[in-house]
Design a protein around this ligand. Structure first.
Ligand code: GDP
Length: 478
């Protein structure tokens, strides 16, 4: 039987639709007598590395208890806009006495580490310094799972809001334990208990209500209960997770930020997952390669090495990888370059495959006729909240058959952003832009990810197209 290869990236697997696709492929293949092999981008990369005798899984499997040491949890702060994510990250950072003693001024490198006393021991916690689930989603879309624990910030004067739910959905989908920070308890009218009540509906039941989620009432502004929150993070980590890594091997990690610095060249912030990264190491990050020229910690101080869960700025790559790309140490610079080249070639092929794959209104139309789909996911962006609301309510009023549903997964005012494209990627959504367009960079990104964007300036045109797609009668556009 012929071998058919289907490519997809891990990020897409997180939606139920996509794993259904996988099953469907298998069934279909069996039916037709094909041996269907489903390979993810991760599988592809594993093969590339195996060709260089690097097998990350075998490496881990071979590690004994003796090789493993405890590593700090990595935490992402999520929640609704204005509920205090940034303020909380600032409060945690500036409360860190050990950091202040270390001297250097805190640099924003994308992550930082604090030390807290817990059970008479000094324990470190690493924070991803980009609040919100956008970065989290983007990294997951690239297959990077760096977050161990999510702090869900909910303002006690505002309560659970749409992005609160979005954030907790993202964390739960990723299987990441949640600690709830009920923030702004200093504000008049704050009602922390109401937040606890609201969140029970989403499966987050406070310990004091008999559940297993820790809720901590805090004020990021007045720095109330920040220590208690960090304590809760450690307790949750200790109860739910086994956080260990082998520091005594070549480093493996993830690039969580990457940029081109006019003076220093390609600069990335890496979070080391296992092993230890050292100055002089030959490294590959995504399809960028180079030799570590210098390492800096989150205080801007040079360091010689970085171990597990440690965020460091890395200088020395010859090009700029993408946030979420994995980083590893190669045997020598020649091998690093070869791996980078292979990955670049694989990436090109995957981009081409993706471009033909994701949902467009026409695809939906066809899949609908073939009886393969029943939900059209849309993201609506418009130039004013009035038009967005008008378009959304008109679309939701569309009379479609019982088998077909329209799901507006996100809406907003303003230009189409990279986050919109990421969301569309994860949920196979089509983006509708009403009197707005994306920046060129975002358009290129959508193109590379195979996300369809449709632009309208007349509401009825948008409604007509969506209605036609939902009814499976869209006219082909040539
Ligand atoms: P983000 O959008 O979630 O990152 O929210 P920010 O951290 O930017 O906070 C939004 C606003 O709420 C800012 O004006 C903060 O000063 C304010 N804020 C954040 N935390 C608190 C708090 O604990 N108490 C009070 N009173 N205001 C807060």
């Amino acid at each position: 039987a012929a071998l058919v290869t289907v490519m997809f990236s891990m990020g897409e697997m997180v939606t139920a639709n996509q794993s259904l696709d996988e099953d469907t492929f298998q069934l279909l293949g069996a039916e037709l007598g094909y041996d269907i092999q489903i390979r993810s981008v991760e599988d592809e990369d594993r093969e590339i590395l195996e060709a260089f005798n690097i097998d990350l899984e075998a490496e881990e499997a071979a590690e004994g208890e003796d090789d493993l040491v405890a590593r700090p949890p990595v935490v992402t702060v999520m929640g609704h806009v204005d509920h205090g994510k940034t303020k909380l990250l600032d409060a945690i950072r500036s409360d860190d006495v050990a950091g202040a003693e270390a001297g250097g001024i805190t640099q924003r490198i994308g992550a930082y580490q604090v030390t807290v006393e817990h059970d008479g021991q000094d324990r470190a916690i690493t924070f991803i310094d980009t609040p919100g689930h956008e970065a989290f989603t983007q990294m997951r879309a690239r297959g990077a799972e760096v977050t161990d624990i999510a702090i869900l910030v909910v303002a006690a004067n505002d309560g659970v809001m749409p992005q609160t739910i979005e954030a907790l959905n993202h964390a739960q989908a990723a299987g990441v334990p949640i600690v709830v920070a009920v923030n702004k308890i200093d504000v008049e009218g704050a009602s922390p208990d109401k937040v606890r009540g609201q969140l029970t509906e989403y499966g987050l039941v406070a310990e004091e209500y008999g559940g297993d989620t820790m809720f901590v009432d805090v004020s990021a502004k007045q720095r109330i209960n920040i220590d208690e929150l960090l304590e809760a993070v450690l307790l949750t980590a200790d109860a739910a997770l086994e956080l260990t890594a082998n520091p005594n091997k070549a480093a493996r990690g993830v690039a969580i930020e990457a940029k081109l610095d006019p003076g220093r060249g390609s600069v990335i912030t890496a979070l080391i997952e296992s092993g230890t990264l050292r100055v002089g190491d030959a490294i590959v990050a995504g399809s960028a390669h180079g030799t570590v020229r210098a390492l800096f910690d989150d205080h801007g101080l040079p360091v010689d090495e970085a171990g597990p869960s440690f965020p460091v700025q890395v200088l020395g790559l010859q090009s700029v990888p993408s946030a979420g790309d994995s980083l590893l140490v190669a045997e020598d610079s020649r091998q690093a370059r070869q791996i980078a080249d292979k990955r670049e070639a694989a990436r090109r092929a995957a981009t081409l495959a993706k471009r033909r794959k994701r949902m467009s209104l026409e695809d939906f139309n066809e899949a609908l006729r073939a009886g393969q789909v029943e939900t059209l996911n849309l993201i609506i962006k418009g130039d004013s909240s009035g038009t967005v609301e008008a378009l959304e309510s008109s679309l939701l009023e569309l009379e479609v058959s019982e088998e077909v549903a329209l799901n507006i997964i996100h809406r907003g005012v303003g230009a189409i952003t990279q986050n919109d494209v990421n969301l569309a990627t994860v949920d196979s959504a089509v983006i509708i832009g009403f009197n707005v367009r994306p920046a060129e960079r975002v358009a290129d990104y959508a193109d590379a990810e195979g996300v369809e964007m449709k632009f309208y300036s007349v509401i009825y045109d948008a409604i007509d197209d969506v209605e036609a797609a939902l009814k499976g009668m869209l006219k082909p556009i040539y």
